[in-house]
Design a protein around this ligand. Structure first.
Ligand SMILES: [Mg+2]
Ligand SMILES: [Zn+2]
Length: 232
């Protein structure tokens, strides 16, 4: 599953643990109409963060979505945010929408990374984003384990939603590859792809929505008009 272009190795596999305080657990009211505002749509219990309805939470993939992918990185000093990451998270926080990370970290299962290293990297991401995100969940397994959490399986999304106390089908998953979109779909969540140069054309073509950067993706899920269905 190594992708072309990876700096020598399976380049897709971000993620990491870290329990954050969840200071914002449960969507916070953000104006009339409940979580996120956009009044009038409250009480639709269920059926996904449909167009127009604000999400109950936004779950980002980590590597090549929130931060630049450095395969199997265990060094916090090498963490670099992706374009728009800070602004995207800031906007969600301003709207009272919980923000989490769902990340495959098979480097752990491969013996190339430790849980502690992953946590250190995640802590650096939190710091660069101005404070702890609301939930971090990662899969430490290798594909051969056949676990229920490695994306595109739904386990990470379901667990993040559970910890946040929100329905998975009201969450949005933002990621850079097809496995992220697959996990969203399998969990009943809405997927938004933010491709990089390493994203496969087929993954772009099959994505439910495509935005050019993280801020665009967040604006899109908040119902703002800056999103395109197909990439640029
Ligand atoms: Mg990724
Ligand atoms: Zn797993």
């Amino acid at each position: 599953m190594s992708r072309a272009g990876g700096a020598g190795g399976p380049a897709r596999e971000p993620g990491a643990p870290r329990e954050s305080p969840g200071h914002r657990a449960g969507a916070t009211a953000d104006g009339p109409g409940g979580p996120g505002g956009l009044g009038g749509l409250g009480g639709l219990g269920g059926r996904a963060a449909a167009e127009g309805a604000p999400p109950a939470a936004v779950l980002f993939d980590r590597d090549d979505t929130l931060i630049v992918d450095v395969p199997y990185n265990g060094d916090p000093e090498r963490v670099r945010l992706m374009p728009g990451a800070r602004a995207a998270v800031r906007l969600l926080r301003a709207r009272g929408i919980p923000v989490g990370v769902v990340s495959n970290q098979s480097g752990i299962g491969r013996g190339l990374l430790t849980e502690a290293e992953v946590r250190e990297v995640n802590a650096r991401v939190d710091a660069l984003l101005g404070g702890p995100l609301d939930v971090w969940v990662h899969c430490p397994h290798v594909p051969e384990d056949g676990c229920a959490c490695r994306k595109p399986a739904p386990g990470l999304v379901l667990e993040a939603a559970r910890r946040l106390g929100v329905p998975a089908d009201r969450c949005v998953v933002v990621g850079d590859i097809g496995a992220d979109m697959g996990a969203a779909r399998a969990a009943g969540a809405r997927g938004v792809l933010v491709p990089t140069t390493r994203t496969l054309p087929a993954e772009v073509a099959s994505a439910p929505a495509v935005c050019r950067d993280l801020l665009g993706a967040v604006r899109h899920v908040l119902g703002r008009p800056s999103a395109v269905r197909r990439p640029v």
